[in-house]
Design a protein around this ligand. Sequence first.
Ligand SMILES: NC(=O)c1ccc[n+]([C@@H]2O[C@H](COP(=O)([O-])OP(=O)(O)OC[C@H]3O[C@@H](n4cnc5c(N)ncnc54)[C@H](O)[C@@H]3O)[C@@H](O)[C@H]2O)c1
Length: 350
Amino acid sequence: MSTISIPKEKLTNYVKNIFLKAGLEEEAADVTARHLVFANLRGVDSHGVTRVSIYCKRLAAGTINPHPQIRVERETPASALLHADNGIGIYSATKGMEMAIEKAKKSGIAVVGVYESNHCGMLAAYTLQAAQQDCIAMATTNAPSLIAPWGGKEPFFGTNPFSYAVPVAGGQDIVFDMATSVAARGKILLAKQNNQQIPLGWALTKDGEPTTDPNEALEGIILPVGGHKGYGLMVMVEVLSALFTGAQFGPHVGDMYKSATAQQRVGHTFIVMRADLFHDLDKFKQRMYQFVHEIKSVAKLKDTEEIYLPGELERIQYQKRAAEGIPLSRELLEDLTETAHRYGISERLI
Ligand SMILES: NC(=O)c1ccc[n+]([C@@H]2O[C@H](COP(=O)([O-])OP(=O)(O)OC[C@H]3O[C@@H](n4cnc5c(N)ncnc54)[C@H](O)[C@@H]3O)[C@@H](O)[C@H]2O)c1
């Protein structure tokens, strides 16, 4: 696939400008643009600037509220429930995580739920936000239904991701972030956009047959990771993100790729605890450092060059792309340019 590298600041400013023209307020445009470019920098291209056009289409259709009044509906010193007023999901989720960190710093541990929200992108961005402030964090969100309950053949659950992050001395924070499906839908969408096949085992057609065609996969069912075990995790993510917060669940969630006008009404949950709750911070982070290095020193299989911790490959990718630029496919560049032109932006990325 032929790509062109774009420097991160240039891409961030370009995307932010599009969001401003699409009607978002300054802070929300900035936070959303930075989040998407951060996903690309970490190599999570499925949740990067490829999402700009769909967010803009939904803003243009009035399906996402550009001027939400995010409000606290219930609160204790260690918890809060935020009503996102159908605002852009990445901004609402960022506010939810900020509040969870602030509360955890005072109370030791905190949980913040967000509902009436929209697609919130790459969960690692939120848990890393907390790890960088010396907290251990978990994040969940529910998503439009694409996956059958174990044994069923109709979609019910979303790709329901889960992330955790832990601070480590030396800035080598561990951050795990996975869809509870075999692959995030964004990866299938990206394959479709780039005219690529998907690996066998990711999805079934609507008739229940294995497929490598992203179009058939998107009309059919995506498989849970690890069979019934992934299904069990998916149920937990749905409960925390939707039943607990009051968001829509299962097939009641609006699918942004199937209807421009259906509100998503998804929920997210953020659980944060101070890393120094049981032991001094330095001691904890040093032991984490030792833990990481002992893991990496384990004898390797013959074809393995290095053992990685969750999030480490993305950190390596970040360093490379921050220095060399973000490779974007010609199709994606065209898509971004088309969106920019729609708002009368004449500035060019290349
Ligand atoms: N907002 C939403 O609605 C939504 C829905 C689904 C997924 N997502 C996002 O999609 C993104 C991609 O999810 P995914 O399931 O495809 O992730 P993935 O399979 O690429 O990675 C999952 C995790 O495995 C780790 N990992 C990968 N290779 C490794 C190795 N060799 N050694 C050690 N660790 C390794 C990664 O660091 C990552 O933490 C995530 O950011 C997720 O939050 C968002």
